[in-house]
Design a protein around this ligand. Sequence first.
Ligand SMILES: [Zn+2]
Length: 377
Amino acid sequence: MKTSFKIGSIYGIPILIHWTFLLIIPIFAWIIGSQMPLTVSVLSTTFGVPIDTTYLLPSINRYVLGAFVALGLFGGVLLHEIAHCIVAKSKGVPIHSITLLVFGGVSSMDDSSPDPRVELPMALVGPLSSLATGLLFIVLVYAVDAAVASGPLSGLLVFAFSYLGLLNVSLFAFNLLPAFPMDGGRVLRAVLAIRMPLPDATRIAASVGKAFAVVFGIIGVFLLSPILILIAFFIYIGATQESTAIKYTFLLKDVKIGDIMTSPVMAVSPYTPVREVIDLMYTTKHLGFPVTEKGRLVGMVTLADLHKVPPIDREAMQVRDIMTRDVITLPPSAPIIEALRVMSLRNIGHLPVTVDDQLVGIVTRTDILKVIELREI
Ligand SMILES: [Zn+2]
């Protein structure tokens, strides 16, 4: 399912926006707008700043101001992610994309086996930039208060800036929670990984994350807070994914596709009748076959392709009528973890192995899972 949309790119890194973030901007605009008072006192809105000026707010549409603040929050989250990217780039860690989510962003990086000395500054810089942004807005509140006499415009600025200050400082605090996939989870893992192997550090950090998720979930149910329940799910899933990914990477770290692929592989021709392919599936118990013409891979035919055509139509069809032509292949020298990554990303179970377009073998998800099970003992 496509859950994120590209909105632009920075330093060649695509910036994606998760659909939940699109939802949250109008919701925030509404919440912030509803909270806008008729007068705003600096004392009451900015962490007990000792200035007790009361500003009259002008009668503009409060939701317009809410939207402005919500967009400011969006900018704060973006800055936070860019900070991660700058440090990652300077340490030579490639970043695939940045995704903006409801309560922060996620930078997708190639950190299947991160070095704690790289991960620690990379994880810390995001929350620190949120803190800096938040403090900057608080300074702006002071500046407005010092520079402008109480008027409707300064009232507006004080309201917007104190809100953005508060939101960015909250972003700092929230992201430092020691729970995956929050930055704090990465900080915790990096600190632990200095003293112990990475899989152990990840396991501990993931358990702490799951514990946080459970606590958040319980509080969320008690307070009837859908946002808190959503965050709990997000943390739980993130922690689980991280520990599984690291475990697999570790268990499969020195396995190449060529070590476990099935070779030679049974292939079918594009002109094989579909009926025969079904019979072949029954006799061999294989649910996918590469399609070759003179040894050259031209497609894949799987159970999923068969499902796409009604049984009555299959009788007259050949493999070439139903096969998937746009097939991803990997060479035997590629790490097996790469095959697993491609399969999960594309949601496929079979990956043909080729050398110069010539089919040399096939690797399936089941094969990889068997290797994982064997390595676990
Ligand atoms: Zn971050």
